[in-house]
Design a protein around this ligand. Sequence first.
Ligand code: FES
Length: 57
Amino acid sequence: MKICICNNVSDSEIRAAIENGAQTMRDLREELCVGTECGKCACAAKRILRSHTFEDL
Ligand code: FES
């Protein structure tokens, strides 16, 4: 499913980035450009980030 329409980024790409070491929204921005245009995807991207972070605890 597309999370960031502006930059054509899917949830699976975000998960892959997290599995490869991305830990913050800044990491996702730098790696995938998530949230760098309109910003509407930021909440959804944060939710994915948080769900992965808490899975690791
Ligand atoms: Fe991600 Fe616009 S949908 S920046």
